[in-house]
Design a protein around this ligand. Sequence first.
Ligand code: EPZ
Length: 421
Amino acid sequence: MDEIIIKGGKALSGEVTVGGAKNAALPILAATLLTGGKFRFQNVPDLRDIDSIKELLATMGADVQTGDGEVHIDTAGLNHYEAPYEQVRKMRASILVLGPLLARMKKAKVSLPGGCAIGARPIDLHLNGLELLGADIALEHGYVEAACDQLTGAEIYFDIPTVTGTENLMMAATLAIGTTVLRNAAREPEIIALADVLNQMGADISGAGTAVITIKGVKHLFPVDTAIIPDRIEAGTLMVAAALTRGNVHIKDCDPLHLKAIVHKLEKTGATVTADATSLTVKGNGPINSIDIKTMPYPGFPTDMQAQFMVLLSVAKGFSVISETIFENRFIHVSELRRMGADITISGSHAMIKGVKSLSGAPVMATDLRASASLILAGLAASGTTTVSRVYHLDRGYEFLEKKLALLGAAIKRVPAQTKP
Ligand code: EPZ
């Protein structure tokens, strides 16, 4: 297991390019199961989670080839409808194959994804929706066993605007007979990106990006050649790195329209942000202002940026409060930040942060994807050296983050974990 070593105190400067969005690529690659044929995807990020979904598609009989940021998938040979536990446990978003498999093969057997570090992560809203579309759902031996003669359109109301739930049901409904309406649907840019690709494939979807999505079922879908949108969470993470180190960083190939909540909050902390259609520049200025943050479904402040902003606020002037409303256990990074000198008190879903003058470098351990990014950020700002272990968590969702930061002037390197004596 690799470690990342950071010597803090360097102001970042220069230009960095954002990669393709993990959370757009995952449902889009799963959507290839909806039809047979040759797909080509560009700007696919090189991440462990993407490897996981590619492996899963290959076990189902798809031919998956990767090279130069492109992924080519031929689903003509699809001959399996099972997503086994040993693969789903590696990446819970594998549940995204459930809807497409059911729609195309009329049956699916997918391991229950189980929880993860940040929460129980139930899938009841996915399963309730599929039942409304006419599927028979059974939970046996840790698996979801789903079957149908033919999915039929329905009205589906989500108690919570679930991102992958919206994606699963949107994909399943494309081949249903009749019209499906998803109400209280998630509105993330990744939902819009998936709907765009499905419509390119011949689906008839309207309303993506709003709380009401209408899917008119069609008989067939066709393979496409398309590109993945930029990763707004990687962009946001790089923006925080620039502000935190009082740097001046130009972030290219992103979509500032997806970053409005992040820009709004970053400017309130005192950073300067300028943007054009496909890039933005973040300048960190003097003292960092304390602010309050409440994570919300899009277009609110994203929960996937909560840990990163906590680092920024841990060295702000005064008190800040972060309220985490999406996941029940997404403060795991706090204990490691405290070891670096952060003054943070947790009360239920709220974190009270008293800004300190500086963090101090320490050996810390990553626990989940965004927590690992926050520890890297903390190391950039801390005095002294920080060693982040278990960086396989980071590699799930960030493409060579340490290389991008080093190109911006950070004193950061990846080393094989020291074999303990
Ligand atoms: C997606 O997870 C993202 N993952 C997460 O990103 C992100 O944090 C999350 O949306 C919220 O924005 C992918 O897109 C692959 P939800 P998802 O269903 O779809 C509850 C990252 O770091 N819920 O929107 O699993 C759930 O417990 C990852 O890239 C139910 O109760 O999240 C949570 O409290 C982490 N029943 C809330 O809804 C359900 O059936 C939102 O979850 C489904 C969800």
